[in-house]
Design a protein around this ligand. Sequence first.
Ligand code: F6R
Length: 264
Amino acid sequence: MQIVIQPDAQAVARYGAAAIIRQIRQHPASVLGLATGATPILLYQQLITAYQHGEVSFQAVKTFNLDEYIGLAATHPQSYRYFMQHHLFNHIDIQPENTAVPEGDAADPLLACEQYEQKIMAAGGIDIQLLGIGRNGHIGFNEPSSGLRSRTRIKTLTQQTIADNARFFAPGEYQPHLSITMGIGTILDARKVLLLATGKAKAKAVKAMVEGPLSASCPASALQLHQQATVVLDEEAASDLEQLAFYRHIEQENAALLRRLNRD
Ligand code: F6R
């Protein structure tokens, strides 16, 4: 795991957006894995700005979102499809048919899960998967105790996740307790993983992911098994890490090495 510590959430978003733009510039037909939630919103704004300035085009890009609530149609304002349209897809030149979000209102959700996996495979797999992290260490909606090799499937949300996400729903509004989510195995198959975390509320989960044992009780710790996982943190999210000084030191050493090799 490469640990990158940035001063604040805006800098985290800039770092993440730069990595995605680099990927698309090198491979215009890249396959991106995308996330919803509060964390990636700033990054999506950076991508929109870069597109508006002609710095990147999404014409040939394909995307697969991590997850969706079961029971919400794509037109529901709390659905993750709606979120993606609103925060990214409506503002860039991506082909609508190249954007995939699990179907929350599929007549047969089990079949929808299988087909989602097949569709990812048919696209050649995911080049770079963007992730946030839940306070309980979830990635996608892979809650604690999720199988570390799991594939896209239906997952029940924990009370903590339901409570954390209640902020997005109006008081009294129906809030689903079930989701379709890529599995941890699906996420680990991505060629690169980019996890962003900001704010003090994520510090405990970040510590468990980076320094804790590899364990299904912190699903994000499975990223310890990935060969190209980058974790981008602001100071608050990094604040519980015991080896913080060492991670900063490695970052400086890496930057110096890249400069020497003219690869910065
Ligand atoms: C969203 C997702 C979730 C979020 C996580 C953090 O598609 O899969 O794992 O990344 O719940 O959410 P925020 O960013 O709202 O703190």
